[in-house]
Design a protein around this ligand. Sequence first.
Ligand SMILES: [Zn+2]
Length: 309
Amino acid sequence: MPSINFYSGSGLDRAEHLRADAEWLIAQLANPTTRLLPLWRTKNMIEARTAMREAPRPVWLPSLKAAHLVELAEEMIFLGLRDGEVRIALDLSAVDEPAAHPDLAPLGEFVDLREIGPLLPRDEGSILAYARGLVHWHKTHQFCGRCGHLTKSTNSGHVRRCSNEDCGASHFPRSDPAVIMLVHDGDRCLLGRQPFWPPGMHSVLAGFVEPGESLEEAVIREVYEEVKLKVDRVTYHSSQPWPFPSSIMLGFSARALTSEIEVDERELESARWYTREEMLNSPEDETFRLPRRDSIARRLVEDWLKGEA
Ligand SMILES: [Zn+2]
């Protein structure tokens, strides 16, 4: 099945079998086709602003011209092969102010992927999300969760190993599963709103999967917790990597068995039923707008409007 959601479909060969060979990765820096993807804290590097407005492009540096930047990097993460050529993420978070750094400032600008995601080519958006997720994971897994000692990056940036010889635990990049579900009763669909969302934005319900429950159970539980509706016919739709910072969104539709809503105000500001007509005529303004274009939530809504979910 073709990839339908933003931030998936990188087209990269992740080439897992090459990760264990640290010397191979270092040698690739001398390969003229190797490209480096700079990141700074939670941001990705995009070519200068002028190019950004309508068609932003990530900065891919030839490694042969970037030895000085490699020296600045906190982490070097092998992303994979693109058409057989090596792609490496470079975490430059140690630089205090990239906009003032003589080696970085001329190359472009660091921006939050969420600001420009929908404008990027799909494959590039997916690679940037992948790199962002890994850099965040390194940052938040500096210490061993088992014994508290420092961890060290290994396997070309895909494992962190505890430095305590008596422990030696390996820690792997993680994605936190969250269910996101379009609840409908045939003619109407339920949308809610969280208080910190942009003005007017309404979306489908979502929540994290808890230990010891299936995805279907998580859907049923979350809907009941948030709006006190009972649902059945929980049907899988598609999934979306959402490394903001570390989720994988698992999309479902579910049929409501009851119609009276009681909003849990700890989770939602409001929620109500919307007809197809209301949604198709969304003013997309501060009174009402659908979820952002790069989200699986938007996809769930659009497919339901087309009668496909
Ligand atoms: Zn440990």
